[in-house]
Design a protein. Structure first.
Length: 280
């Protein structure tokens, strides 16, 4: 198993040394082909973490390495899908035009761009909408275009920041299953931030639970569910229910102290790997 992403002792303080520390001492890895979900209390620093990982801003401390190379700007082989699909698609470009757009700046010739866009749109079930404009599509379809655009770049790492938070529950479930399908088919490495505990357990190979701000990793929870997930049967699985409860308990801890400190009963049944010592 190779390491795709290595985050070491990452910290970020907004406004200089005397400013506000959003994340601190944050370390974790993501292996190639893994889908890792990050959950954390509201405002704990999840987006700050993703911005640092994507090279969109330089962290105050620590390092991010993608395929062993330090990240010092936005890497070419990284793609990001944001929550707000309506602002991330260009309204004056067709669906195919939107998907092809980032390939232009990567210098990919026109014929290859068309081919890659068609392939990505097929993967998300939108081949028939290639000539339409974003305004002609539902919210869920627009977010599928954003996913296709990211996939067309064939990223080594796909970062997703609350990607399904702006769509209705039914569409959300469909998009979750679409992500699982393309992740399996293309063996994409995915790091996904979500507020939704069920979503994190349903999608992930591992769930990283963050503490309240400044965020650090409180637990690294392997999701030992069968790889084939199903919205009904997986969520009825006693193991799913147990894992979901464990993530909820970890998030509810006032200071997110590590599980080993006082969770003998709960931790016995769940293979939780404590990552940090209690915060002072
Ligand atoms: N540019 C900035 N300048 C100063 N403080 C900031 C800036 N961006 C974010 N913060 C602060 O850093 C903290 C973490 O913000 P961030 O958006 O990373 O959290 P989050 O976990 O993604 O939030 P949410 O759960 O609401 O999506 C918050 O307290 C926020 O107010």
């Amino acid at each position: 198993m190779t390491t795709m992403l290595q985050v070491t002792d990452l910290g970020h303080t907004y406004g200089g040394d005397a400013g506000y520390t959003a994340i601190d001492d944050l370390s974790f890895t993501v292996n190639t082909g893994e889908l890792v979900c990050i959950v954390g209390p509201s405002g704990c620093g999840k987006s700050t973490l993703l911005r640092a990982v994507s090279g969109l801003h330089r962290p105050s401390r620590g390092t991010v390495r993608l395929q062993d190379d330090p990240v010092n700007g936005v890497p070419e082989d990284l793609a990001v899908v944001f929550q707000d699909y309506s602002r991330s698609l260009f309204p004056w470009l067709t669906v195919a035009g939107n998907v092809e757009f980032p390939l232009r700046s990567r210098g990919i010739p026109a014929a290859q761009r068309k081919e890659r866009a068609a392939e990505a749109l097929e993967a998300v079930g939108l081949s028939a909408a290639a000539a339409k404009y974003p305004r002609q599509l539902s919210g869920g379809m627009q977010q599928r275009v954003s996913i296709a655009r990211a996939l067309a770049c064939r990223p080594a790492l796909l970062l997703m920041d609350e990607p399904f938070a702006s769509v209705d529950a039914q569409t959300r479930a469909e998009l979750e299953d679409l992500l699982l399908k393309v992740q399996r088919e293309q063996d994409t490495t995915v790091l996904l931030v979500t507020h939704d505990i069920d979503e994190s357990v349903y999608l992930a190979h591992r769930v990283l639970v963050l503490s309240t701000a400044p965020a650090s990793v409180v637990a690294d929870l392997p999701v030992d569910l069968p790889p084939e997930r199903d919205q009904i049967t997986t969520k009825e699985d006693p193991r799913f229910i147990e894992l979901r409860g464990e993530v909820a308990r970890l998030l509810r801890r006032p200071e997110n102290v590590p599980v080993v400190a006082d969770a003998e009963g709960a931790a016995d049944s769940v293979d939780v790997e404590p990552v940090v010592a209690a915060k002072s």
